[in-house]
Design a protein around this ligand. Structure first.
Ligand code: PEP
Ligand code: MN
Length: 332
């Protein structure tokens, strides 16, 4: 439950009310907000009694909803801004997994040559099989830190479980919570305490309601910087890896105040379809794209079939720029 305290409430009084309710308290720039896990039954009668100027919201989707705030959230990392009034559509690109220094350096050089600011690469890979490549883990994070420094790139990398969530928060510019990890509440709660943007990917069996509720775990922890990412859901169709849910993305854009990024790579699962879906995503007006790119896709240790090679990606990037301009957006 969220309780918005009236603007003029003295800090000491806000603190006392928060203490009484065991609530998280934060200031959103205009007024004090208390977030309490308790339902109305534990709400102190004083608050109900003194409710002029305070208001209470008691629905499952609160902070992310346009009913709470119709102002779109602006999210920044490095020199990149998305959401709010910005028309930016950053392309976040890079390999599925970091595999070696040579591989990540080549990826970094590609991004720099195109003026792209944000490199993606997983270190802790949530693989379906324990016998597949599991990622370079901490060694990978350290390489990403080095590439970040040498190439002035921002880094997004994913957290797989709570054992390394703090390391990812420390090294990444954007914390990625993947489709499989998005139900892990220890990760979500820790991300709520972080003060860095979190890219939350929709699980492939996750309803839109559940997806936004997962975002609420982060937002209600006091982290305002949540980006939603549609990456394909599982349907009856098996010819493609997943089904790209643009209807869902339209729902999120209409009903929430969070930026929505689209990931055609994981949705399609095959490189041949990724450029068309990426272009459709730009025309859709998404707040950014996540595209997997690898110097030699067929040798990739994870998601080999869907990663674009560098020449294909370069051409796609130019084509997407033209589409972005046509729909009044700025592809960066
Ligand atoms: C990824 O981005 O490489 C990844 C594992 O994505 P998802 O969580 O969407 O499967
Ligand atoms: Mn991947």
């Amino acid at each position: 439950m969220i309780i918005h305290l009236k603007k003029e409430i003295p800090t000491a009084e806000a603190k006392q009310i928060a203490h009484n309710l065991e609530a998280i308290r934060y200031y959103n720039g205009t007024h004090e907000i208390l977030i309490t896990p308790s339902a109305t039954k534990t709400l102190h009668p004083d608050i109900i009694a003194k409710s002029d100027g305070h208001w209470v919201m008691d629905t499952d989707i609160q902070l992310a909803s346009r009913n709470y705030s119709d102002t779109l959230r602006e999210i920044k990392w490095g020199t990149t801004t998305i959401g709010g009034t910005s028309k930016n559509t950053p392309v976040i690109a890079g390999p599925c997994s970091i595999e070696s220094w040579e591989q990540i350096e080549e990826s970094a050089k590609l991004l720099v040559s195109l003026g792209i600011t944000t490199l993606r690469a997983g270190c802790f890979k949530p693989r379906t099989s324990p016998y597949s490549f599991q990622g370079l883990e901490l060694e990978g994070l350290k390489m990403l830190a080095e590439v970040r420094k040498q190439y002035h790139l921002n880094i997004i990398t994913e957290v797989k479980d709570s054992s390394h969530v703090d390391a990812v928060i420390e090294y990444a510019d954007i914390i990625q919570v993947g489709a499989k990890a998005m139900y892990d509440q220890s990760i979500l709660r820790r991300c709520g305490e972080a003060r860095k943007p979190v890219l939350l990917k929709r699980g492939f069996g996750t309803t839109l309601q559940e997806f936004v509720q997962a975002a609420e775990f982060i937002l209600s922890g006091g982290n305002e910087q949540v980006i939603l990412c549609e990456r394909g859901i599982r349907t009856f169709e098996t010819k493609t890896r997943f089904t790209f849910d643009l209807c869902g993305a339209a729902y999120l854009k209409f009903h929430t105040n969070l930026p929505v990024i689209l990931d055609p790579s994981h949705a399609m699962g095959y490189a041949y379809g990724v450029p068309d879906l990426a272009k459709a995503s730009v025309a859709f007006g998404c707040d950014g794209l996540l595209i997997e790119v690898h110097p030699t896709p067929k040798l990739a240790k994870s998601d080999a079939s869907q990663q674009l090679d560098h020449p294909t990606f370069k051409q796609l990037f130019e084509e997407m720029k033209a589409i972005a301009a046509a729909v009044g957006r700025n592809l960066i």
